[in-house]
Design a protein around this ligand. Sequence first.
Ligand code: TXA
Ligand code: MG
Length: 341
Amino acid sequence: MKTEWLGADAAGIARAGLLLREGGLVALPTETVYGLAANALEKAAVAKIFEAKGRPQDNPLIVHISRIEQIKALVAAFPPVARALAAAYWPGPLTMVLPRSSLVPGEVSAGLSTVAVRLPGHPVARAVIEAAGVPLAAPSANLSGSPSPTSAGHVRADLWGKIDAILDGGDCGVGVESTVVSLTGEKPRLLRPGGITPAQIAAVAGGVEVDPAVTERLAEGRAAPSPGMKYKHYAPRARVILVRGNKQSYIEYVNAHAGPGVFALCFDEECPALAVKSLPYGHECDAVEQARNLFAALRRLDELGAREVYAHCPEPEGVGLAVYNRLIRAAAFTVVELKDR
Ligand code: TXA
Ligand code: MG
């Protein structure tokens, strides 16, 4: 298939809208990561997303809208807590899981009775939704299992020749996928951490339960509340080991493991003291910066031929919880605990 390369201008947005209306697949920028969009109301278009990504059929998609009122047709209930969260954080990196209306094909939600909805903060994403004239189902625009794309070049590396177009809107600002919160139970439940923090949700919703699968391996035999959490994710080809400890003990540990193909995925401040090749992903105390850089760093490690990567574990607080959640999956839950000195 020929893939068109579109600019983030009026012509590119109009072309993307047309391709989507005709049932095509278009990768587009959002403030979190690039999404692979299709008409959410057309089964055949949605099926193409799963095929292009090699995505497991039981992993549901997020439906993207451009104006808050569009949610009403997609959900069977829009409770006050959802309205309040939408008013506070939309447009932005927040996805809400609500009961699904009959307008949304079951294929979008992998047969679940719910639907995940998001109103993205990126103006180009909203302009493409407007141009398409329909809500857009869009997972991250990567091959299933590889890190989410935060630039149009990442999308090209994964999906060139498999989709109709890539709209280049530059690098993504948030860098990790949206916060997913389920509003179908008694209390709001955080299924995936992202740019909107648990504290921000709690401040509006009066509280939030963090699902244990956010920080731990899914318990044996437990059905995944968010099916995406059960898959190995964000994984570079290298073996990633998450190292928990202070700056000094991290540096000593990594230097003791120096060898061919060994890399450090570290904080900026640590680079000068490391005896292995290092890739910094942000300042130690800046989780927002770490989130923005993480996926590009994971892709870069593959390009550099890394075989073993020692990643310095971030504080799992605020946006850092999202960074931790992605890294621990990249590491397949391999964590080394250091005794700090
Ligand atoms: O920031 C984002 O959310 C990006 C951009 C493109 O908007 N999209 C994204 O989509 O990350 P995806 O498909 O890579 O991740 C969607 C996550 C998965 O973990 C999926 O299991 C979960 O949301 N999800 C989708 N619908 C759900 C539902 N009805 N119930 C529970 N979890 C759901
Ligand atoms: Mg994804």
